[in-house]
Design a protein around this ligand. Structure first.
Ligand code: NAG
Length: 274
C-alpha cells in the first residue's frame, strides 16, 4: 500500500472533537496515553454569531492534494479485507506496520472508534467504500429521502502542496465574503475521513438540533477562496466537558451552540425537507 502521510489527515484531538467522543472512552484501550492537542488543527470551531459577512476569523484547512490521500477502494476490494479490531494482528501484517508504530496505532484507534456504540440519540457507522457509505446513508435516512452531498472545497491561486510536505497547511485569517447560506435539512450525516491505509469514513448523525451552512471564505495571503461547509450543534449540554471545542471557544457544555467547518475530504449528507 502507498504510504501517504495519512496519519495526519486529521489529528486525533480534532477527530475526537468532531465526533464528540469523550477522550476517556476513545483512549480506554490506549494505556491512558493522552493525545496532545495540536492548536492549528482545532482552529475550525466558531460561534454561531460569527457567521456574518465581513467577519474575519482564523481557520485551519489542510492543504493536502487529493492524490496524497488514502486510496478509495471499490466495495469488492474493501469487502475482501477484514475491518475489525479482532483482526488487528493480521491487518498490521497485511499493511506491513510494526506493532507500536504511529501507523499501527492509527489503524488500532480507527478500528476502536468505529466499533464504539453510538451515543444516545446518535446514528453512526464506518464505511470502507463509497457504495457502502451510500447504502448506509440511504437506510439511515430512508430510501425515499432526497439527499444532497456537500464538501468543503478550496480554490487556490497557487498549487498548495508539492506532495513532499506534511499537507498540514496552516491557520490563516479568512473573511466571510457573503451572507452564509443555510441549507434546510431534516437530518445531517457528517462523514469524516479516518487515519487508515485506505479511505475509511466515520459517519455520524449527531443527536440534537443542528444547522447546516455553506460559507464562502476569502483567505489572506495565498489562501484563495474556500467554499466551506459548516455545521452548528445547537445543544451541547450532553457533550464531554473536555471536548477541545470548548477550550477554543472558552465555553462549557450547554452554554451555547458550537459550530465547526468541515475539513476538506469529509462528506456531509443532508436529508432535504419534504
Ligand atoms: C489574523 O489577524 C489577527 C488580527 O488582525 C492577527 O493578530 C493574527 O496574527 C492573524 N493570524 C494569522 C494566522 O495570520
Amino acid at each position: 500500500m502507498a504510504m501517504a502521510s495519512w496519519t495526519r489527515i486529521l489529528l486525533p484531538a480534532l477527530l475526537l472533537a468532531l465526533l464528540q467522543i469523550p477522550r476517556t472512552t476513545a483512549t480506554a484501550s490506549d494505556h491512558g496515553r493522552r493525545e496532545t492537542i495540536d492548536p492549528p488543527s482545532v482552529s475550525i470551531f466558531f460561534n454561531i454569531d460569527d457567521l456574518k459577512p465581513g467577519n474575519r476569523m482564523p481557520i485551519y484547512f489542510s492543504n493536502k492534494k487529493p492524490s496524497n490521500s488514502p486510496h478509495l477502494l471499490s466495495k469488492q476490494e474493501s469487502d475482501s479485507i477484514p475491518f475489525s479490531s479482532s483482526h488487528l494482528e493480521s491487518l498490521l501484517e497485511l499493511f506491513s506496520f510494526s506493532r507500536g508504530s504511529a501507523h499501527a496505532r492509527a489503524v488500532e484507534s480507527t478500528l476502536t472508534l468505529c466499533e464504539l456504540e453510538p451515543m444516545a440519540g446518535e446514528t453512526k457507522f464506518c464505511a470502507t467504500s463509497l457504495e457502502s457509505m451510500l447504502d448506509s446513508v440511504r437506510s439511515s435516512f430512508g430510501h425515499e429521502t432526497q439527499l444532497r452531498a456537500l464538501a468543503t472545497t478550496t480554490h487556490s491561486a497557487r498549487p498548495v502542496d508539492d506532495g513532499l510536505g506534511s499537507g498540514l497547511g496552516s491557520v490563516r485569517n479568512y473573511t466571510i465574503l457573503k451572507e452564509p447560506e443555510q441549507i434546510l435539512t431534516r437530518k445531517v450525516m457528517g462523514c469524516h475521513t479516518m487515519p487508515y491505509p485506505y479511505l475509511v469514513y466515520y459517519c455520524h448523525s449527531p443527536a440534537g438540533e443542528t444547522k447546516l451552512f455553506r460559507v464562502l471564505l476569502g483567505g489572506e495571503g495565498d489562501g484563495g477562496v474556500v467554499e466551506a461547509v459548516a455545521l452548528c450543534h445547537m445543544d451541547t449540554s450532553k457533550w464531554d466537558r473536555d471536548n477541545p471545542s470548548f477550550r477554543v471557544l472558552k465555553m462549557v457544555p450547554g452554554e451555547g451552540p458550537v459550530c465547526h467547518f468541515f475539513p476538506r475530504f469529509d462528506i456531509v449528507w443532508a436529508a432535504l425537507p419534504v
